[in-house]
Design a protein around this ligand. Structure first.
Ligand SMILES: [Zn+2]
Ligand SMILES: [Zn+2]
Length: 248
């Protein structure tokens, strides 16, 4: 679903892909030369600035505990108000180069960042959730947002796992919503209420579903998706995102 603007940017990206073939690979973050053996176009210095999500985290919502001591355990909010998903996990903390990569990819349409983000999603902690899923469902965009952005970032990220079954039409965004940026947690929940639907519940009945998205902020969007999927009969819903906001 490319409009003329994104068709032009696609052409530019294709030209860059041809150039990539002849030029030394440069780090996407600092412009330094990256060795051929690197998994993605990130130099070791910039890679070293990425904060990976490590235990201890909330065993349910994946909240990163400020204290780096102890094991994974349930956070307070998940004890009093359990989310409709079983686990939410992310590869990186949304900060530094990881936050830049997510923003440049999603809002700047810089496709060069996609393989980097996909590479991060393949960390063992994330792969574990993919292996446990029957189907992967990218958080859908409303038709209007899809037309203005030109692509669904969640769908492109979910393609990091060609071995998994990807269902792109099972969950539908039936209501256009304002961006969640700048809203407080309650406003975020209200904003996405009744925004999603499962048109054919038989596609999720009894299945372990893994929702894929770029960023976990308060979890309002994936909570609403998970609620709708569970109501449609999904046995379990889990959530995988590239990055997660760290609440200090
Ligand atoms: Zn670098
Ligand atoms: Zn929690």
């Amino acid at each position: 679903m490319l409009n003329s603007g994104s068709a032009a940017s696609w052409l530019t990206q294709s030209a860059f892909r041809v150039l990539d073939f002849f030029l030394p690979r440069l780090c996407l973050f600092c412009g330094g030369v990256v060795g051929e053996e690197a998994g993605a176009a990130v130099c070791p210095d910039c890679e070293g600035q990425i904060e990976w999500v490590e235990s201890p985290v909330c065993s349910c919502c994946g909240l990163i505990f400020p204290s780096r001591e102890g094991e994974d355990r349930l956070c307070g909010p998940c004890q009093t108000d359990p989310p409709p998903f079983a686990r939410a996990r992310a590869a990186t903390v949304y900060d530094g180069p990881a936050a830049d990569a997510v923003k440049r990819f999603k809002f700047g349409r810089r496709m060069a960042y996609l393989p980097v983000l996909q590479h991060w999603l393949k960390r063992p902690r994330c792969r574990e959730l993919v292996a446990a899923a029957d189907i992967l469902i990218p958080v859908p965009l409303h038709r209007r947002r899809l037309q203005s952005r030109g692509f669904n970032q969640a769908l492109l990220l979910a393609r990091a796992f060609p071995e998994a079954r990807l269902e792109r039409e099972t969950l539908a965004r039936v209501r256009h919503t304002d961006p969640q940026i700048g809203l407080n947690p309650k406003e975020r929940r209200d904003n996405v209420r009744r925004a999603f639907a499962v048109p054919r519940p038989e596609e999720v009945k009894g299945k372990n579903v893994l929702l894929v998205d770029d960023l976990y902020t308060t979890g309002a969007t994936v909570r609403e998706c998970a609620r709708v999927l569970r109501r449609a009969g999904a046995a379990q819903v889990e959530v995988l995102t590239v990055a997660r906001v760290k609440h200090e």
